[in-house]
Design a binder for this molecule. Sequence first.
Ligand code: GLU
Length: 484
Amino acid sequence: MTDASTNPTGPVRVRIAPSPTGDPHVGTAYVALFNLAFARKHGGQFILRIEDTDQTRSTGESEAAIFESLRWLGLGWDEGPDVGGPVGPYRQSERTAIYREHAERLIAQGQAYRCFATAEELDQMRATAREQRLATSYDRRYRDLPPAEVERRLAEGQPHVVRMKMPLDGQTRFQDALRGEISIDNREVDDQILMKSDGFPTYHLANVVDDHLMGITHVIRAEEWIPSTPKHVQLYRAFGWEPPAFAHLPLLRNADKSKISKRKNPVSLEYYQRAGILPEAMLNFLARMGFSLADEREKFALDDLVAELDLSRITTGGPVFDLAKLDWLNGLYLRELTPQQLVERLQGWLLGSDFLGRVAPLVQERIQRLEHFVTSTPFFFSDEFPLEAEALVPKKRERKEAYAAMKSVVEAVDGMRAFDTATLEQVLRAQCEATGFSARDLFMMVRVAITGRTATPPLFESMEVIGKARCQTRLRRAAELLRP
Ligand code: GLU
């Protein structure tokens, strides 16, 4: 496939569609970078759509953090929830009527149906599928319910979902710009749920409807969506729409080749921003994931990526997110700055009045000279302080008990959404209860893990200022040190 082949006449329109369910992820930036570069290369548009149909997990904080991180990297969008555009709204939670209408249309055409299966029925179907080693778990028992029976159940107000009628045999094929033709046996694909019983669409329905209505010409997204693509292709067919071109970027990997995860690498963009990675170095690093310039230069700018980008040249081998390499690249960028530019970067990082203004009130009561500001605050700025396992173990406690408690704290902090003083206090107090540690012992362990010290400004306030991403990294480091 040449890059813009499926829609040679219309303008290229690409999108990222993050779900605002957690911290802004390096994978989101990676996919955004290639979408933006592709749009620029073809003089097209780059759209940001928020996929917040998972009502229980989506938050406004997460959405705001995604916007901020992408803007920090310079990956701005032409259309999106905050900047508007001609085919909005760009937040799926504001488009539910559109999805409902489209689901009804498929039902009316006989391509989707209402399924009244209860949780018990579904459990039983799953068990049977396991026993008989079936490729799909839903047995399609509501697929051909007589209309009168459907009406009766609806009149009774029975809860139901809407499922798609997948073809029962044959194959679904599509072209992937990186991999060529991919084909999947339809027998292996379940009748996908399109509308949940809460009246919200699933990812699959909303994604296809929006990509079509928003005029998306190329879907450039992560490899993990390949198994969903046949369902999407069938949905486009059911609606009578031309599918976009597909390109699935390789998943970023930890050094051991497992899918990148916070257990092995910081994955939050906030972490890299706080640690002082320059945005242009981060973009360069991400651009090198599966892609190289013809002359194989390591250091290059976004414009170079735009000039040479050809999706079919991206390799699928699973690029390794190698922090040593990122540091090396960042060092190259830092050395290129003039001293004055370096000072400006430092001020834009944590040495400007914004961040200093948050640290200052926490130490003001504790210093006699201005120089003490420097000696009493290094952990607000850097993760690189010495830490010994012994210092983390409270008196009268075993190291393995401290390890278990620290792991429990790591999990609790991972699960936090708001990261303010009051929430931190609440979560960490609950951890005393959960671990059986006294507040004194547990808070001391956390204090040492976060600051490397036993005497510091107030713990929860300090953690709020240090920020979630760095606190997570430090707590993980402490847990690793304690591991028996
Ligand atoms: N909401 C999906 C995500 O969070 C979007 C996947 C896609 O681009 O289709 O990654």
